[in-house]
Design a binder for this molecule. Structure first.
Ligand code: GDG
Length: 728
């Protein structure tokens, strides 16, 4: 079984298993995701894993075997869950904690420890199921908020797999996300993936911001540096099966349904409202807005009808039961208020309609009222537009949906602002047909191109790219045979040179550069002393630190010190200084730096002989972003035409003469010592400069992930120390 090369994982399978009159029935779903998934990985041995929709307590062992057999015909495999697990994990943590919080319904969110335990347990059950079916190098695509812990659980066991995760719901702002007691676990869980996809840029941005603030991991240009792994985040707005809707309009059942609707709503404008019955969809607020519309526009009485389709959903969750009552009361109240013998303004249906009826409704409706309070994307809006091939119509769309970015020709509304929804309705009903058609055409052009299959292909392509980069990083990670080669080279060499950066290479970064933990530990000093004690070794610490600090820390060891990126060199018990000058600029630069620091809690300025450094590790990330951008702009104006450069390192911006570089001093050392073995290790941009001048034979090592000119990578400071210990 462990041979499938492409695995799809979602909470539910695209085939629903149910017991009807005592016998098991299998019903394939025709949803967009099923279509999308069937269009990718066609040349691969594919398997879709998920819950089949029936609790395992209701099944005999023979029935379970039958389900497994039957589902295999559809390239699916069941993940069996008990009723209790479904209650706690699905109705509980997924739908009563994550769903409300991620949709900004904080007051509906329940924080229950047992449900969290169940969520973890079910993610583990999914992990085991995947491990049973997967090839170790497989591509695995995990869907949605039910399985946020799964990427990490899988990556731990399958280092060489490519794991993609797509979140179908919004990722909330940090202010909401931080309320979750298990926020760090969820983020770490997700970061097991190689690629994490979101519907919109805002969701991706919120995710990176939470990762930064909860875990302290940096992200740049859509790449999160999570320990020694680089995780890509990107935006993939999900599409629909556009052709399916456009073509359905020509089929006899849809045509027949359209004819019936036309007859039924003769002389009336038809407004539709289609959603799962969910508080995030704003159905109750929409009804009140319709009430306001009828109150303000009596001329429309008997001339409009609102058809509400509310598809039953999560009926075991309390908030959903209450909402259903609330909606039904509102419908009754509004109908009671305006209905006449021959006209009822709202027709309400709490059920799932067949596809043909939905398409016919979309095609016939004069207005689609799509006003969720929050929606990851919202496919109904896109489906309505796709079904408008022959007849015009107007889409009123909530600004709080992901879809608004791709459907800007719709009439946008704030779903909380009921009077303005009522006005939008009045506007929509009067909109000239030519204008309706123009708006539809614009939207159709866009969504017909980025269909759900394009979406899936796009995701798969980016996943391949992300995991190829991750594989390349692993290939370059110093281990196994390559590491042995390094040991051999070391053993046979007679004149060895070590060029070692300090912060981020020999010592991990800490909150402030002068914190006690930033100092070298006695063990590190002993290690360097041992390494330097070998007469064949020259050990040189090449740092951006000032000379006093380096002198205090390492002055008594038999090592060479290069301070301030090469401005100072300590050799044979003497400090020598560079010819460059910086003093004249210090005065000019101090004032703006101080002013910025005073307005930026957590920022500090470090003064060195040949540079000034802006440290922002302690600054809130979003504030740091704004301040850094402005600061760089101001500094550039001041330094225009000088040889002073602005350099960005790990949570620092350093201002120094561009003629002072680690590479210059490193090259001089190599020229004077003529070593037959060089190890050059570092972690940031100043070390890249050093790597770039190293001879081909040198062992250049970058500590941590990320692009580098170094030939090899090492995962962490700890691994670097282990390597040096083995050499010493
Ligand atoms: C989640 C996110 C994101 C509805 N009524 C009937 C029916 N439907 C179909 C629609 C549409 C689907 O259900 C609803 O999709 P939405 O996108 O509108 O909303 P969610 O179910 O909440 O979906 C959402 C989506 O995932 C995809 O990533 O867009 O933001 O919340 O396809 O047509 N279908 C039939 N009868 C109905 O009565 N046959």
């Amino acid at each position: 079984m462990r041979n499938h090369t492409f695995i799809i994982v979602s909470n539910r399978l695209p085939i629903n298993v149910a017991r009807e009159n005592g016998t098991l029935v299998f019903k394939p779903s025709s949803g967009g995701l099923a279509t999308a998934m069937s269009s990718v990985g066609m040349d691969q041995d594919k398997m879709w894993l998920g819950w089949p929709g029936i609790a395992s307590d209701d099944l005999t062992p023979a029935e379970k075997r039958r389900i497994t057999r039957e589902l295999r015909k559809y390239q699916c495999a069941p993940v069996f869950l008990t009723q209790q697990q479904v209650n706690d994990y699905y109705d509980g943590y997924a739908n009563a904690t994550i769903w409300p919080l991620f949709h900004y319904f904080q007051h509906h969110a329940i924080f229950n420890r047992d449900q969290w335990q169940a969520y973890k347990q079910v993610n583990q059950i999914f992990q085991k199921a995947v491990l049973r079916y997967t090839n170790p190098e497989a591509t695995i695509w995990i869907h949605d908020y039910h399985l946020m812990l799964l990427p990490r659980m899988l990556k731990k066991e399958l280092h060489n797999s490519s794991i993609g995760f797509f979140l179908h719901i919004p990722f909330p702002s940090y202010e909401l996300f931080r309320l979750l007691p298990h926020r760090a676990d969820l983020l770490k869980g997700l970061l097991g993936a190689d690629l994490i996809g979101f519907h919109t840029y805002d969701y991706a941005r919120h995710f990176s911001s939470s990762v930064q603030q909860v875990l302290g991991y940096e992200s740049k240009m859509g790449v999160v540096t999570a320990g020694y792994r680089a995780v890509v985040t990107d935006v993939f707005p999900i599409g629909i099966d556009y052709q399916k809707f456009a073509e359905a309009l020509h089929t006899p059942p849809v045509k027949e349904e359209m004819r019936r609707l036309k007859e039924h709503y003769i002389g009336q404008k038809l407004i539709i409202s289609v959603d799962r019955l969910d508080y995030s969809k704003g159905i109750a607020e929409r009804l009140e807005a319709f009430d306001a519309f009828l109150a303000n526009h009596p001329a429309y009485h008997k001339k409009v009808s609102l058809l509400v389709i509310a598809v039953p959903s999560r009926t075991d969750v309390d908030a959903y039961r209450q909402l259903r009552d609330q909606i039904e009361l509102a419908v009754a109240r509004i109908n009671g208020k305006y209905a006449t013998v021959e006209w009822s303004p709202i027709s309400y249906h709490f059920k799932n309609l067949p596809f043909e009826q939905i398409v016919a409704l979309y095609a016939m409706a004069d207005v689609a009222l799509v006003t969720p309070l929050r929606d990851g994307m919202n496919l109904v809006a896109k489906e309505y537009v796709a079904s408008k091939q022959q007849r015009p119509g107007v889409l009123i769309l909530s600004e709080m949906t992901g879809a608004i970015h791709e459907l800007p020709e719709a009439i946008p509304v704030n779903p909380h602002d009921k009077p303005s929804i009522a006005e939008a309705l009045a506007r929509a009903l009067k909109l000239p047909v030519a204008q309706q058609k123009r708006a539809l055409l614009g939207m159709q052009n866009r969504i017909s191109h980025y269909s759900v299959t394009r979406w899936a292909h796009d995701f798969m392509q980016q996943l391949q790219r992300a995991s190829a980069a991750a594989k390349e990083l692993r290939r370059r990670t110093l281990s196994g045979a390559t590491q042995q080669q390094l040991f051999n080279d070391y053993a046979t060499a007679h004149n060895r040179l070590f060029l070692l950066d300090y912060d981020g290479t020999l010592r991990s970064y800490v909150r402030s550069p002068d914190a006690a933990e930033a100092r070298p530990s006695p063990a590190l000093r002993r290690l360097l002393a041992r390494l330097a004690a070998d007469p064949r070794n020259t050990v040189c610490i090449v740092s951006g630190r000032d000379r006093d600090t380096l002198h205090t820390w390492f002055g008594r060891l038999p090592v060479i010190l290069i301070a301030e990126h090469g401005a100072w060199v300590y050799r044979n018990k003497q400090w020598a200084k560079t010819a460059a000058s910086f003093n004249e600029y210090k005065h000019t630069l101090w004032k703006p730096l101080i002013e910025y620091a005073e307005r930026t809690p957590g920022a500090t300025i470090e003064e060195k002989d040949f540079s000034l450094v802006w440290h922002y590790r302690g600054v809130a990330p979003e504030l740091a972003y704004v301040r850094n951008t402005n600061l760089k702009h101001d500094l550039r104006l001041l330094l225009n035409g000088t040889d002073i450069g602005i350099y960005e390192g790990n949570k620092i911006i350093e201002i120094k003469p561009s003629s002072i570089r680690k590479s210059i001093k490193a090259s001089e050392l190599i020229a004077s010592l003529q070593p037959d073995f060089i190890m050059c290790a570092g972690d940031d941009y100043t070390d890249e400069d050093m790597f770039s001048v190293m001879p081909d034979s040198a062992w250049t090592i970058k500590v941590g992930p990320g692009a580098s000119q170094a030939k090899h990578h090492i995962n962490s400071v700890d691994d670097m120390i282990t390597l040096l210990n083995r050499l010493a």
